[in-house]
Design a binder for this molecule. Structure first.
Ligand code: PLP
Length: 396
């Protein structure tokens, strides 16, 4: 009944984890949901005011396909400040979240048969979109290197069919922040082997403990002509439902993105665009600082709770808002009834025994991982993680 491409991927593993948590809650269990890919927060006042103003003005029509010109100009200024380079509005496109920005990139850059290198564990949508475009994801295992790819390992999988490499820093799910040396190495490879760099910095504002978010175009300006920067306000302003993201790229690519977007979604929601524009003009950084403070405190409280873990190493947690646990010490030798146990078994046990929902690493190409979000209400985090610790410490 369905097109062949639908056999290549299912719906997002993180959405499935959230659905399992909701089903358990509907069945009457008291659940601590640590699956969220979003931050528990209220709305930034500037976003609310900008949206109200747009509604009061009666704005109801299509905008330019790739976003209001004033918004693209404001985004060009933002990217210029962040990268230390001059960007112009014709190098920017506004999208329905980072997810659509990445989808546009997949559709405009990847030919059937092209290979795209995606370090694993990876955010589940990266390989799915490559497959939708007819390409093949090629994964490299980063688990032995603090979840940051080794340049040698990347080099080893490059073939004449390699078209691009996905760089997601800070990384979902691992929380790793790529160091400048690795990014410079990737830039060099991109130059030498004629690759595109798809640079997803959705979690850029959230780094901790002295870790800094580095941008590949700032470290190696020569890769700008082969780099797509993907970003959104979904995480940085706790605005997931409003669906405003963007990409910054050479203008030929932006023109292609405009064509794709014109045949798929027309334009991002007009009210949401005005809200973000108002925020970019009027925001004083206080909301962002509060969000960062909230996450910093949650991370600290969470790490304290997790320090009681006996056979699971402490998570990397350099950036983003996830604790990503390496469960291989609990799972490796275990074969139950001839069935290799994976993080799926532990995730199921956490939900059934402790009422805590997390996301299994199998969703991210890593059967030994467990992702727990700390972007949740603070009063739920510590009790939730304490339950996780007691299940994991008792696991056999
Ligand atoms: N990129 C990464 C690495 C993400 O983790 C997510 C969301 O979880 C996205 C992109 C998508 O963000 P958006 O909600 O803006 O589409």
């Amino acid at each position: 009944m369905l097109a062949r491409r639908m056999s290549l991927f299912g719906s997002s593993g993180t959405a499935a984890a959230r659905a399992a948590a909701n089903a358990a809650a509907d069945a009457g269990m008291e659940i601590v949901d640590l699956t969220a890919g979003e931050i528990w927060s209220d709305l930034a006042p500037t976003i609310r005011d900008g949206a109200i103003e747009a509604i009061q003005q009666g704005l109801n029509r299509y905008t330019d396909t790739i976003g209001l010109m004033e918004l693209r100009e404001a985004l060009a200024r933002k990217v210029s400040v962040e990268t230390g380079q001059l960007w112009r509005a014709d190098e920017l496109a506004v999208t329905n979240g980072a997810k659509q920005a990445l989808f546009n990139v997949a559709m405009t850059l990847i030919n059937p048969g092209d290979q795209v290198i995606i370090p694993a564990p990876y955010w589940t949508t990266f390989p799915a979109q490559v497959q939708i475009a007819g390409g093949s994801p090629v994964h490299i295992d980063t688990r032995r290197n603090g979840y940051v790819p080794r340049i040698d390992d990347i080099q080893r999988v490059i073939t004449p069919m390699t078209r691009a490499i996905v760089v997601n820093t800070p990384a979902n799910p691992s929380g790793a922040v790529y160091d400048a040396e690795t990014l410079s190495g990737i830039a060099q490879l991109a130059m030498d082997r004629d690759l595109w760099i798809i640079f997803d910095e959705c979690y850029g504002p959230f780094t901790y403990d002295g870790h800094r978010h580095h941008r590949v175009v700032s470290l190696a300006p020569e890769v700008r002509a082969r780099t797509v920067i993907v970003n959104a306000f979904s995480k940085s302003l706790a605005l997931t439902g409003w669906r405003i993201g963007y990409l910054a790229a050479p203008k030929e690519l932006i023109t292609a993105v405009k064509a794709i977007q014109s045949h798929t979604t027309s334009n991002p929601n007009v009210v949401a665009q005005h809200a973000v524009l108002h925020h970019l003009r009027e925001g004083d950084g206080a909301f962002e600082a509060r969000l960062k403070g909230q996450l910093t405190a949650a991370r600290q409280a969470g790490l304290t709770a997790l320090s009681e873990l006996r056979r699971v190493p402490m998570p990397v947690a350099q950036g983003g808002f996830y604790f990503y646990l390496d469960l291989s010490g609990l799972l490796r030798p275990t074969l139950a009834n001839g069935h290799a146990r994976t993080a799926d078994d532990i995730v199921a046990a956490l939900l059934a025994q402790a009422g805590v929902a997390g996301v299994s690493g199998t969703a991210f190409g890593d059967p030994m991982g467990l992702r727990l979000s700390y972007g949740i209400p603070p009063e739920q985090l510590e009790p939730g993680l304490e339950r996780v610790v007691s299940v994991l410490n008792a696991w056999n």
